[in-house]
Ligand binder design. Structure first.
Ligand code: SF4
Ligand code: MG
Length: 325
């Protein structure tokens, strides 16, 4: 709720503050239990910072993060062990996520050992069970990470992330570093684990085509704010924010005729710096339909339909103003 994560920018010999980097700048989002929310946007939009805040690796500047009713943000670094167990994170790069000198079984058992779960023998049994769950051979627990392919290593990382039976997984670009040919295998595994254990996912991705068949809902993030959020089917069928439209225009269509007729919307310019965001609508410097009001007033998220919201003065005016003459 109203989540902000700002970083002071320090410059010069004395490291005096030279402003604020507004990585996350007023975000309201809900993740339903047992469902997947995809958080999509360009790199630099604040997605990873938001995920890090939810898992407790990044302290919010203000706002709240409610998990099962209690506010994680206010407790900051003193989060209880139980909560630490409930929320786990999987990063993009499975190579740097695993200690190359450690048997993969020990890596998977590490969170169990840290939290003092089970005896050594019970942990070994749990590791075998976890390896089987992620589709790897339990007999390979004593091998080192370099004995495995990239996709297999991400399976190992996932096994470690679910070792403590968490309720929420933050998946930060979990398939972006993998070969296209094995992405769908990892997505299927995540999907299967969700079905089996009722896991909730915050799936961070810069690629809308990856989340299309995976996420129940999509939130599009731009420069620290949510531009549009809704059921995946609604966002794909009725993209409303001009930024969502541009992102979607880059997603290949299965029908070659439709693909040929489709206009790719190319955005001009780069993502502005989150240290110096444009006044009014954050997207106004790149928006193909920006009007005068856009440079003056920051648009709020307004309801478009059940569970579908966008923040755009022209496309999503507040209810009651829509259609006014
Ligand atoms: Fe574009 Fe204006 Fe809508 Fe922002 S508010 S997305 S600048 S039309
Ligand atoms: Mg990132």
């Amino acid at each position: 709720r109203h989540l902000h994560v700002h970083f002071p920018i320090r410059r010069g010999f004395f490291g005096h503050s030279a402003g604020l980097l507004r990585a996350v700048d007023g975000v309201d989002l809900d993740i339903e239990a047992g469902r997947s929310l995809a958080l999509v946007g360009e790199s630099g939009s604040g997605k990873s910072t938001l995920g890090a805040a939810v898992v407790g690796m990044q302290k919010p500047s203000s706002g709240q993060i409610f998990f099962e009713g209690s506010d994680l943000a206010s407790t900051g670094a003193d989060r209880s062990a139980a909560r630490l167990r409930d929320i786990q994170i999987v990063f993009q790069d499975p190579v740097s996520a695993l200690n190359p000198r450690m048997d993969i079984g020990d890596s998977i058992a590490e969170p169990l050992a840290i939290h003092g779960v089970g005896t050594g023998q019970e942990r070994r049994r749990r590791v075998a069970e976890l390896l089987e769950l992620v589709g790897l051979n339990p007999a390979h627990a004593n091998r080192k990470p370099n004995a495995f392919s990239g996709g297999q290593r991400q399976r190992i990382v996932i096994a470690r992330a679910i070792a403590l039976q968490p309720k929420l997984l933050i998946l930060d670009e979990p398939v972006s570093a993998l070969d296209v040919s094995i992405r769908s295998q990892i997505l299927n595994l995540l999907f299967e684990l969700q079905r089996q254990f009722g896991l909730s996912y915050l799936f961070i991705s810069h690629d809308l085509s990856v989340v299309r068949h995976f996420a129940d809902r999509i939130a599009v993030m731009y420069l620290g704010r949510i531009a549009e959020v809704g059921a995946t089917t609604d966002v794909f069928a009725r993209p409303t924010h001009p930024y969502t439209e541009a992102l979607l225009s880059a997603v290949p269509l299965p029908d070659p005729v439709a693909q040929r007729q489709r206009q790719r919307i190319l955005l001009e310019g780069d993502l502005p710096s989150p240290a110096n965001p444009p006044a009014g609508c954050r997207f106004s410097t790149r928006c193909p339909i920006a009007a005068a009001i856009c440079q003056e007033l920051s648009p709020e998220l307004n309801l478009l339909g059940r569970n579908h919201q966008a923040a755009c003065h022209l496309r999503a005016p507040p209810v009651g103003i829509k259609g006014a003459t």
